[in-house]
Design a binder for this molecule. Structure first.
Ligand code: ZN
Length: 200
């Protein structure tokens, strides 16, 4: 039986609070990996560094799929690895990840997906959905069946085109600007580049 103390459902506010408390959601003037400027910066590694929070967030995410007969959870490395692990823990299934070899996502380390296996593809943050889609292709090439995709945070405003049903705990619409049109630049401030591809 599920104990009362271990809450599963989480509101978007509760999730964002955890991001803020751990410094994983910052406000300021940032240069994203795309070269665009933004007032918001997400670094999920900072919230996931707290194992108990990671477990709780991913249990809330997994709640959406508890009746979906998922057999394997997969994420693209590196940002999604803990999300895969903790979501799989909540579902009682295996957790694997795909990693880039010469720029291409690949299954390594002896990870396999059996033909017909029911797979959930997860990420920490979905921005354009590009790496989620690449991971979906990895699963399909291995013969697996992608049941759905999921992310802790969808910062595409729900517009990411992934091609399978997907769920997130939070949907954000974060405006991004070209340097020429950035109101923060115009106001005289300089953007900070946190220097990680994972910051979306
Ligand atoms: Zn700017």
């Amino acid at each position: 039986m599920e104990s009362e103390g271990r809450k599963r459902r989480m509101t978007a506010e509760q999730v964002l609070d955890m991001y803020k408390k751990t410094g994983a959601l910052l406000s300021g003037h940032f240069m994203l990996s795309s070269g665009l400027h933004s007032e918001q910066y997400l670094q999920s590694a900072l919230v996931l560094q707290q194992p108990e929070i990671a477990t709780e967030l991913c249990a809330a995410l997994a709640e959406n799929f508890k009746d979906a007969n998922i057999e394997v959870v997969i994420a693209p490395a590196l940002g999604g690895v803990f999300v895969s692990h903790e979501t799989a823990r909540a579902l009682g299934v295996r957790a694997i990840f795909a990693e880039r070899v010469n720029g291409e996502l690949t299954l390594r380390r002896g990870f396999t997906i059996k033909p017909g296996e029911r797979v959930l593809v997860v990420e920490d943050v979905i921005t354009t959905g590009k790496s989620t889609k690449e991971t979906i292709n990895v699963v399909r090439n291995a013969g697996g069946v992608v049941i759905a995709a999921a992310a802790l945070i969808d910062r595409s405003g729900g517009k990411a085109d992934i091609g399978v049903p997907y769920k997130s705990l939070v949907t954000l619409t974060v405006p991004a600007y070209t340097p020429e049109t950035c109101p923060l630049c115009r106001a005289g401030s300089k953007p900070v580049k946190p220097g990680s591809r994972g910051l979306a």
